[in-house]
Design a protein around this ligand. Structure first.
Ligand SMILES: *[C@@H]1O[C@H](CO)[C@@H](O)[C@H](O)[C@H]1NC(C)=O
Ligand SMILES: *[C@@H]1O[C@H](CO)[C@@H](O)[C@H](O)[C@H]1NC(C)=O
Ligand SMILES: *[C@@H]1O[C@H](CO)[C@@H](O)[C@H](O)[C@H]1NC(C)=O
Ligand SMILES: *[C@@H]1O[C@H](CO)[C@@H](O)[C@H](O)[C@H]1NC(C)=O
Length: 388
C-alpha cells in the first residue's frame, strides 16, 4: 500500500513537475516577447522623466570639439550657398534623399515642393533643397555601371544643373550615415540660411500639405514663438536591442533604457533659434548613434529643448484620403506614386467648399471619427485629431 501510494505520489509529482516545467517554458518564451515590447516600453516610459530631466546623457556623450568635427567635416560635392541670400525665407525645407531616388525628387519638385507655386500662390518664400551623400561605387556590378560611381555622379550633376537644389556631401549615402545627413542640414542652415524663420526636415516619401503648413507657420511666427519643435512625438521610446532590427543600437552606443523625447524623422519643423542651438550641440556631441531622429532628440536634450506634438504630423502613418482630412493635414508618410493625385486633390479649390459652415463641420467631425478612431488602427493620425 505504502509503496503503491508512494509511486502514485511520485507519479503525481512527476506530472506536476512536468506541467510546471512546461508552463514555465511557455511563460519564458512569452515573457521574452512581452519583455521586448510591453515591459521595455513600460520600463522606458517610467525612466522618461529622468532621461529628459537630467544631463547625464549630455555629459557622457560630450566629446572634445576636434573629435566632434569628424562628423561634419565632409567636403561638399554639390552646394548652393546663395540659395537664401537676400530673401525673406519663411521655411528652409530639407528633404533627405538618396542619389538613386530621382523620381521622388521629380515628384516633389512638381507638387508640394514647387517653390514657384508656393511663391505665387501662397505669397511666401520657401526654399526646398535635397540633402544627400555620395554615390556607392559598385565595381563588381556591370549591370549597374550606368548608375554606379562616376557615371551616376555625372547624372546627378546634370539633374542639379537643371534644378539647382542638391546639397551633397562626401560621405557614403547609407542608412547608417543618416546622422551625418542630419548634421549636414543644421550646419548648412547655420552657414547659408540662418535667417530663415523655420527649418523643416523630411523624408523623400512624405507628402506635405504646403498651404496648411505655410499658414500654420505664419501664425506661429507672428506670435514670436521660441523653442519651437513640432512633429509626431515619440515619448520614452526604448532602444532596440535585437540585433536583427534595422534600428538595433548597442549598449556601448547608448546604455540607457529610454531615448530622450524626439519627433519622428519622417517630418518635423523647428524654429531658427532651435536650429541654432542644435547646430551648437552638434559641435560637442558624439554623433556615432546612427538613428538620426534619436540623435536630434539627444542634441535637443543637451540644449534644453523639448518637442511638441501636432496631431496632423504623421510618423510612419499615411493619412486617409478624404477632403475632411486634407483640410487639416500637415504631413503624411509613405507617398510615392500617389503624390501627384494627393497634391491635386488636397489643394483643389473645391475641397474647402464641402467642409466649411456648420453642416460641413459636423459632417467632417463624423467622417474623421470614423476614419481615425477605429480600434487597432494605429498607422495614421491619432483619434484625438478627429476632435481638433
Ligand atoms: C511649378 O509651378 C509653376 C507655377 O504654378 C509652374 O509653371 C511650373 O511648371 C511648376 N513646376 C513644375 C516642375 O511642375
Ligand atoms: C559613412 O560614410 C563614411 C564616409 O564616406 C564611410 O567611410 C562609412 O563607411 C559610412 N558608413 C556607413 C555605415 O555606411
Ligand atoms: C563615440 O561613441 C562610440 C560608441 O558609440 C565610441 O566607440 C567612440 O569612441 C566615441 N567617440 C569618442 C570620441 O569618444
Ligand atoms: C550639456 O553639456 C554642455 C557642455 O558640457 C553644457 O554646456 C550644457 O549646459 C549641458 N546641457 C544641459 C541641459 O545640462
Amino acid at each position: 500500500m505504502m509503496f503503491l501510494n508512494f509511486r502514485r505520489v511520485r507519479k503525481c509529482q512527476r506530472v506536476q513537475l512536468m506541467t510546471t516545467c512546461l508552463l514555465l517554458s511557455v511563460m519564458m518564451v512569452c515573457w521574452e516577447q512581452l519583455d521586448n515590447s510591453v515591459v521595455n516600453h513600460v520600463k522606458s516610459y517610467s525612466f522618461r522623466y529622468l532621461i529628459n530631466r537630467f544631463s547625464y546623457i549630455n555629459k557622457s556623450l560630450t566629446i572634445p570639439r576636434n573629435q566632434a568635427r569628424i562628423f561634419s567635416n565632409f567636403h561638399y560635392l554639390m552646394d548652393h550657398p546663395d540659395k537664401c541670400i537676400g530673401k525673406d525665407v519663411l521655411l528652409l525645407l530639407f528633404v533627405k534623399t538618396s542619389p538613386e531616388n530621382i523620381e521622388r525628387r521629380k515628384a516633389i519638385r512638381s507638387t508640394w515642393g514647387n517653390e514657384t507655386y508656393i511663391q505665387n500662390t501662397l505669397g511666401v518664400t520657401v526654399k526646398v533643397v535635397f540633402a544627400l551623400g555620395a554615390v556607392h561605387i559598385k565595381k563588381t556590378e556591370p549591370l549597374w555601371s550606368k548608375r554606379s560611381g562616376v557615371g551616376f555622379q555625372d547624372q546627378l550633376a546634370q539633374e542639379d544643373r537643371l534644378h539647382g537644389d542638391l546639397i551633397q556631401q562626401d560621405f557614403l549615402d547609407s542608412f547608417h550615415n543618416l546622422t551625418l545627413k542630419l548634421i549636414l542640414q543644421f550646419h548648412w542652415m547655420h552657414s547659408h540660411c540662418a535667417h530663415a524663420r523655420f527649418l523643416m526636415t523630411a523624408d523623400d516619401d512624405i507628402f506635405v500639405h504646403m498651404p496648411n503648413l505655410v499658414s500654420y507657420l505664419q501664425d506661429v511666427s507672428s506670435r514670436g514663438v521660441k523653442d519651437f519643435w513640432i512633429g509626431r512625438v515619440h515619448r520614452g521610446a526604448p532602444p532596440i536591442r535585437s540585433k536583427e532590427s534595422k534600428y538595433y543600437v548597442s549598449f556601448e552606443m547608448y546604455p540607457w533604457v529610454a531615448y530622450p523625447d524626439y519627433t519622428a524623422g519622417a517630418a518635423y519643423v523647428v524654429s531658427s533659434d532651435v536650429a541654432n542651438k542644435i547646430y551648437h550641440a552638434t559641435l560637442t556631441l558624439n554623433a556615432s548613434i546612427y538613428i538620426d531622429d534619436v540623435f536630434m532628440g539627444i542634441c535637443a536634450n543637451a540644449v534644453g529643448v523639448s518637442p511638441q506634438e501636432h496631431v496632423y504630423f504623421s510618423g510612419e502613418g499615411k493619412a486617409p484620403y478624404h477632403p475632411c482630412i486634407y483640410e487639416k493635414m500637415m504631413t503624411s508618410h509613405g507617398h510615392i506614386e500617389d503624390i501627384y493625385d494627393v497634391w491635386k486633390a488636397a489643394t483643389h479649390p473645391q475641397v474647402k467648399h464641402g467642409t466649411s459652415g456648420l453642416i460641413g463641420k459636423l459632417y467632417c467631425a463624423a467622417v474623421k471619427m470614423t476614419l481615425l478612431c477605429k480600434p487597432y488602427h494605429f498607422n495614421t493620425y491619432p483619434c484625438k485629431a478627429a476632435f481638433s
